[in-house]
Write a protein that binds this ligand. Sequence first.
Ligand code: GLN
Length: 309
Amino acid sequence: MPCQKDQELKKHVEYAKQFTKEGKVATYIPELGKANPNDLSIAIHFPDGRCISAGDITKKFTLQSISKVVALAYVLMDRGFDYVFERVGMEPTGDPFNSIVRLETMDVAKPLNPMINAGALVVTHMIDGETVEERLQKLLTFTRELAGNEQIDFNPSVAASEFETANLNRALCYFLKQHQIITEDVETLIDLYTKQCAIEMNCLDLARIGLVFAMNGVDPETGKQIMPDGVARICKTFMVTCGMYNASGEFAIKIGIPAKSGVSGGIMGAVPGRLGIGIFGPALDEKGNSVAGMKLLEHLSKSYQLSMF
Ligand code: GLN
């Protein structure tokens, strides 16, 4: 789909851009520390094929936690509702995304939801296949279909950078393995998970994926049902309850858009039945959400009545 630069959207971006200086780029994955904290761009896709944008939308970024939504949709389609939710819960935590504390204090060491790292690792564990390569290809194929872009791939430098430093995620995996929630080799799972998180795209691709979720799984161009309506609804519900980590409640009140963020500074939004949003703004707040991206969404939600509540 062609995407038009939009003057009105540009003004909203200019307003929100002043907040980039309140945040910092993530550095715990060293490769992400190279991002320019002043960047802010957005694309919005509409069901009729229109697309508008502002900022440098050719810049690519890795999905990081946004990949959790795509992986969840994939395993729900492949394994079914019961299989998935026997192994991961449906409740928000109110804890940071990489917290280990609930695994120990819950009766069963089952992660509370698939949007925190512990739950996402369990979801990635459910991606079936003989090798990491085969499992990653399944996820990439699905991601390419959602974005309508065959060129999408993962960024090997970002994946390697996270693989070298992902000791907290390894700790989560060992805990989960001790309780038989996962059964595979931890290094293999971390290899797949870090490659999944390093799937790379630009705002246009991300907005297109947001639109597919907004349209309950229907491809806006072909009309094809890419994922069942029920799967898209589950994913959107998780985006509302847990998509912005432990800022999800405030985000729902102030903005009211199902959304998922990642520590690279991406935010995917899906306004039900109306539009898909892709934002890139790598300066993050202390909870790991794009500072300017959130301000931009708040501003847009108020200006165009985008809240679903
Ligand atoms: N790959 C990152 C991690 O596991 C994703 C976290 C995030 O985007 N919040 O730490």
